[in-house]
Design a protein around this ligand. Structure first.
Ligand code: XIL
Length: 551
């Protein structure tokens, strides 16, 4: 009985079952895969929980390709050396095939969810290569004819890459890289091609909307395919997978730029793990549901535009309740498996934007004043004329270190004084952004671009006066000082203007961020002045505005 009631409630999704009155009208919810039949495949993930009829019917109603969420990862297929355990993965793959879905394989090589024996510390190159190729060949051969494509290699590029020309220098320091060297990338792709020449072979990664990370992947695929133009009839790498773990702050323009770049390589592109975070503690306000829908709509509009070169768009999670990021409600269906605004946004992006776009308030950038003057960095009193800016809007839930900033300017430099309170004075983490530190973002022409232009730069100084720059060239002429007192520290910075002739009354894009480390050496809080997107390191559109005045 209970099952029957649930089924009736879900009738609109299942497009069958109890049909009467109002329900019959609601039943007309369109299928996502049908809406995109002329564009690309629509996918989602499958794990053990999806095998019941209710979930599986939603899967097959709206999707035509499946990815195993975990079952085909190295840890589950060869947890013990030489013992391949295909039972769960076979069940997932065979059920998908029997229900008319295509299957995509994920993943042959990764630094996560892989057994320790495969590439333990100190393993020889020779043994590591055997482990890598044996796994890739055995698994690819096992599923040959049943999968249309493989993520051969997952997440091999480091975060926040600098010199993007040299892709090898930006490879993640993963166990495979350490044991084998940079050629492990080609080795694993060749093994997969040999075992299953018909499957499309993908390189898959996250944050590929970041132009720098995208450049590294672009250069890697270009180099490898130029050197391997004919491996069983075609270049070695068939496709780039943009995972697409996004949020409602993601810039669709950045996604589009990266898509264009990869397509220009002549490879197929797929969106392989799409979800859009927009919620906290498993809850979403109505405004968040709409904001999330707008992002889904904008993204699907971009995907439609490049449909000719896009193989599939796969969502990472059928519903919020089963999502790996369930706290942030990132999928198109709620915990009760009802479609959210995000679903209708993906179904008909233009309609959704027309109906809801106006309700999204465009937040005005905050404005502040910088006062004319040339201070001595050691003399905090030199900033006394400048108004204080509060750095106290938090990006993450935790409310850690915060502070105030004051700014002076002259014809050559901007001078920023930041006072930080409530800090742990921890710099244990090797990621400099996870240390107690202050960041300044500058957009000299206030161009508010979704990627960094020549006039844009990021400066980071930790409480111990260690500075890092993005781009590195911004270090030229930069100076800083820090003083620490109890749980407070002060940073004063001299930041040269790099591309503009400054004038009184001029404006620049500007923001300040305070990274708060925990006593255990991980970032626990981020306080900012204006840009709550979390993307100011790559996108200047959310920065505040600084007016250069004389007093
Ligand atoms: C995630 C799964 O969703 C989780 O169930 C698991 O605990 C960890 O991995 N990038 C990938 C996916 O390529 O394999 C990851 O999936 C999410 C990030």
């Amino acid at each position: 009985m209970l099952k029957k009631i649930i089924l009736c409630l879900l009738t609109p999704l299942l497009m069958g079952g109890c049909v009467s009155g109002k329900e019959a009208a609601m039943q007309k919810i369109q299928s996502l895969k049908d809406a995109y039949a002329d564009y690309f495949l629509i996918g989602n993930i499958v794990s053990g929980v999806d095998m019941d009829d209710l979930r599986y019917n939603i899967l097959t109603t709206h999707h035509n390709i499946a990815t195993a969420e975990n079952a085909m990862k190295p840890q589950y297929l060869q947890g013990t050396k030489g013992v391949f355990t295909f039972y769960d993965a076979d069940a997932i793959v065979n059920k998908a095939l029997s229900r008319g879905l295509n299957v995509h394989g994920h993943t042959l090589a990764w630094h996560q969810q892989s057994p320790a024996w495969m590439n333990y510390e100190g393993v020889s190159r020779e043994e590591a290569v055997i482990n890598l190729t044996t796994h890739a060949k055995t698994v690819a051969a096992h599923f040959k004819g049943r999968v249309v494509s493989w993520d051969v290699l997952n997440e091999a590029i480091a975060d926040n890459p600098s010199n993007t020309e040299d892709w090898k220098a930006n490879l993640r320091q993963s166990p495979w890289f350490k044991a084998v060297g940079a050629d492990y990338v080609e080795i694993v792709f060749k093994a997969a091609r040999e075992a299953d020449p018909d499957a499309k072979l993908y390189y898959n990664d996250y944050n590929l909307d970041n132009p720098n990370k995208a450049s590294v992947v672009y250069n890697m695929v270009k180099d490898i395919n130029e050197r391997n133009p004919d491996v069983v009839g075609r270049p070695l790498i068939d496709g780039v997978g943009m995972q697409g773990h996004y949020s409602s702050h993601t810039s669709p323009a950045n996604v589009e730029n990266s898509l264009q770049r990869f397509i220009s390589l002549g490879v197929e592109v797929s969106i392989t793990e799409l979800d859009v975070q927009c919620g906290e503690e498993g809850k979403q306000t109505d405004a968040q549901k709409v904001a999330q829908g707008i992002t889904y709509a904008a993204l699907f509009n971009v995907f439609k535009k490049y449909a000719e070169n896009i193989g599939r768009v796969t969502m990472w999670g059928l519903d919020d309740g089963s999502s790996w990021r369930r706290q942030a409600c990132p999928t198109m269906f709620n915990d009760n498996l009802h479609p959210k605004p995000a679903f209708f946004a993906a179904l008909d992006p233009d309609k959704f934007i027309t109906e809801n776009g106006a309700s999204i308030e465009k937040k005005e950038a905050k404005q502040a004043e910088a006062v004319y003057g040339t201070p001595d960095l050691a003399d905090a009193a030199a900033w006394s004329q400048a108004p204080a800016i509060s750095i106290d809007s938090y990006l993450m839930a935790w409310q850690g270190a915060s502070g105030t900033a004051k700014v002076l300017w002259d014809e050559s430099n901007l001078y920023v004084l930041v006072n930080v309170n409530n800090a742990e004075m921890n710099k244990a983490n090797q990621n400099t952004y996870e240390q107690d530190s202050v960041e300044i973002f500058i957009d000299e022409n206030n161009g508010k671009t979704p990627y960094y232009e020549k006039d844009d730069a990021q400066y980071r100084v930790n409480f111990d006066n260690e500075a890092t720059f993005n781009p590195q060239s911004a270090a030229e002429g930069f100076e800083s000082r820090t003083t620490v007192s109890g749980r407070s520290y002060t940073v004063s910075l001299k930041i040269p203007f790099r591309t503009i002739d400054v004038k009184r009354g001029g404006i620049i894009g500007f923001d300040v961020q305070i990274n708060g480390a925990s006593s255990r050496g991980a970032r626990q809080s981020v306080a900012v002045w204006n840009d709550l997107s979390g993307g100011s390191y790559q996108d200047t559109s959310g920065l505040g505005i600084l007016k250069l005045t004389k007093r």
